[in-house]
Write a protein that binds this ligand. Structure first.
Ligand code: NDP
Length: 278
């Protein structure tokens, strides 16, 4: 058999990543001859690491915490959805050798929420916690659907305000700091769906979210995923949410979209999702 086409995921830390397992399963399912590894790249080695991987024949990369915005300056072109999101999670080496940045986080989450979990997000009040690379991607996709309400809350309010302003042409997003969520005068109200897009859980923490954002009617979705219950899922259950879900489904769906970009064949995610925890 010929040498497999090389792909990888880059991030720091990277030991939590399940992307290699998922892409291996996609490769087996579709018969595509690919290899896929996880590469730990601290920020100071980002540029050199990407250049080296491509020079050694790499065809594409996934990008995870904390590099989704930093890689933009290394791209020769960006897809519209990556441009809108202001974050890249998928890099493709095009035929002319140039690098194109794309973002599949948003479509990955929306597919999981609608196709897999059966949610009618158009009629929901949605709160996204976090304003990093992943939050940008998902807010752009959620804003396009124009839910009843879409709010972004972040530890550093200025980053939430920045996203609100940058995505204003797509849909209305309001921005808050975590403290402002509890401000009675701000009349934040209750949410049908609360999405944790902070990376606090990677260190085993849960960010200081106010208790009032979760009610017995709220579905809580954690972008983070773990073989054990994530801190946010534990927190959400302790605060009486209706249901709490980890981001395994999104992980598989965003990976399927990346695979499709690279190989022009869309894997069936059902079997792969069944092999991962819920
Ligand atoms: P970034 O590093 O770009 O952003 C991190 C975000 O988390 C920022 O909003 C930051 O706030 C916030 N944050 C970090 N630590 C804390 C803390 N201790 N308290 C409060 N807020 C905190 O990361 P990404 O956006 O790329 O990723 C975020 C998470 O989403 C990660 O856990 C990642 O694994 C997960 N993810 C899951 C995917 C899936 O498919 N399931 C896909 C993509 C991401 P501030 O701006 O104030 O610093």
């Amino acid at each position: 058999m010929s040498e497999p086409d090389k792909y990888a995921v880059i991030g720091h830390p990277i030991n939590h990543s399940k992307s290699p397992v998922i892409h291996k399963l996609f490769g087996e399912q579709t018969g595509e001859n690919i290899s896929y590894e996880a590469i730990d790249l601290p920020t100071e080695e980002l540029h050199a690491g990407i250049t080296r991987f491509i020079a050694l024949g790499g065809r594409g990369l996934n990008v995870t915490v904390p590099h989704k915005q930093d890689v933009i300056e290394l791209m020769d072109s960006m897809t519209l959805r990556a441009e809108v999101a202001g974050a890249v999670n998928t890099i493709t080496k095009l035929e002319d050798g140039s690098l194109q940045g794309d973002n599949t986080d948003g479509i990955g989450l929306v597919t999981d929420l609608t196709a897999n979990l059966g949610l009618d997000i158009e009629n929901m009040r949605i709160l996204v916690l976090g304003a990093g690379g992943a939050a940008r991607g998902i807010l752009a996709s959620l804003a396009e659907i124009r839910p009843d309400e879409l709010m972004c809350a972040n530890r550093r309010l200025e980053r939430a305000l920045e996203i609100r302003d940058e995505l204003a042409d797509i849909g209305r997003i309001s921005a808050r700091s975590f403290e402002e969520l509890t401000d009675e005068e701000a009349e934040v109200g209750v949410f049908d769906l609360v999405i944790n897009a902070t990376s606090a859980g990677l260190e085993g923490n849960v960010a200081p979210f106010p208790e009032n954002i979760v009610t017995a009617e709220t579905l809580c979705y954690d972008l983070s995923y773990s073989m054990r219950e994530t801190p946010f899922v534990t927190w959400a259950k302790e605060h009486g949410c209706k249901q709490a879900v980890q981001g395994w489904g999104m992980l598989v769906e965003q990976a399927a979209e990346s695979f499709y970009i690279w190989r022009d064949i869309r894997p069936d995610t059902t079997d792969v999702r069944a092999k991962l925890p819920t």
